[in-house]
Design a protein around this ligand. Structure first.
Ligand SMILES: [Fe+2]
Ligand SMILES: [Fe+2]
Length: 289
């Protein structure tokens, strides 16, 4: 879809100077421990999901003809590679706090993604990538809109990691979609890929946070279980409109306007990446300068 390509879509592969301290706490948002576990669960999937997306997009490259799209896909690969490496560092620290039970889940994710690559077509895997990216775009908008309530007062290292990740998910919203459209374009396979990817990733995230909450005792507490339900409902209702929009046959990710905060983040990064790796979580509501 060459008409969607403009120079403003140039992606920047950023190497962020994140530092995660050894004393990091699985409940990095003390006021919202259940939300912390949910984010940890999602983070756990990234070093398995994102390398799979990268391998899929690499396999799609020979099918693409538009030089601008080829470059966009290469930069997308660069961004995703940075994401999962940073999540790997964070996950290893969290795991070192005594969650060895997560090893079995990690093995399961490795196995399932290898099986998808081995037994499913490139069309399916690319539809998964495009579908996952539709979800990531919806999640990015939701996280940024509610950044104050979700990350306010939390550990700046973790808040900055997640918000950086989703600023870039918003920035590269078109790459997998356009690659899928150029290589295959079948509408119903894309719809199937979106549902499959969303449910698949949510399944892994949920297993991850349940393991951690069982270990820490929170899973047995009625208040914590109710909060988990509350955050899940907020997440589902908050992300559904944009995810459903992505299922329209005429949808293109560029139809969804980027939030001002992520646009500001990208501009701010040109001058200073140190501050963005350590956001002031007591002042998330104000624009980034
Ligand atoms: Fe990512
Ligand atoms: Fe992505």
């Amino acid at each position: 879809m060459p008409e969607h390509h403009t120079s403003e879509r140039t992606l920047v592969v950023r190497r962020m100077p994140f530092v995660f301290n050894d004393d990091i706490d699985a409940q990095w948002n003390r006021a919202k421990p259940e939300w912390s576990y949910m984010v940890n669960g999602a983070s756990l999937a990234m070093p398995y999901l994102e390398p799979y997306l990268i391998r899929t997009m690499k396999k799609a490259l020979p099918k693409l003809k538009d030089p601008a799209l080829i470059q966009e896909v290469k930069d997308y690969i660069g961004q995703e590679a940075q994401h999962y490496q940073q999540h790997r560092k964070f996950n290893d620290l969290i795991k070192s706090k005594g969650y060895q039970e997560l090893n079995a889940l990690e093995e399961q994710m490795l196995k399932e993604y290898s099986a998808l690559e081995k037994h499913q077509s490139l069309r399916f895997n690319l539809a998964y990538a495009a579908g996952f990216e539709s979800m990531a775009l919806a999640v990015g908008h939701w996280l940024i809109k509610h950044r104050e309530s979700l990350f306010g007062g939390s550990d700046p290292h973790v808040a900055s990691l997640i918000l950086w990740h989703f600023v870039e998910e918003i920035e590269h919203k078109c790459a997998a979609y356009d690659a899928y459209q150029a290589a295959y374009g079948s509408y119903w396979h894309r719809v199937y890929g979106t549902f499959f990817a969303a449910l698949h990733v949510m399944k892994f995230s949920r297993r991850g946070y349940i393991i951690m909450m069982k270990k820490d005792g929170g899973w047995r507490k009625i208040g914590q279980r109710l909060n988990i339900i509350k955050y899940n409902l907020c997440f589902l209702f908050g992300t559904a409109p944009k995810l459903l929009h992505s299922l329209l046959p005429w949808h293109h990710p560029s139809d969804i306007k980027d939030p001002q905060w992520s646009v500001d983040w990208i501009h701010a990064h040109k001058n200073n990446s140190e501050n963005l790796a350590y956001l002031d979580t007591n002042n998330l509501i104000n624009p980034i300068v």
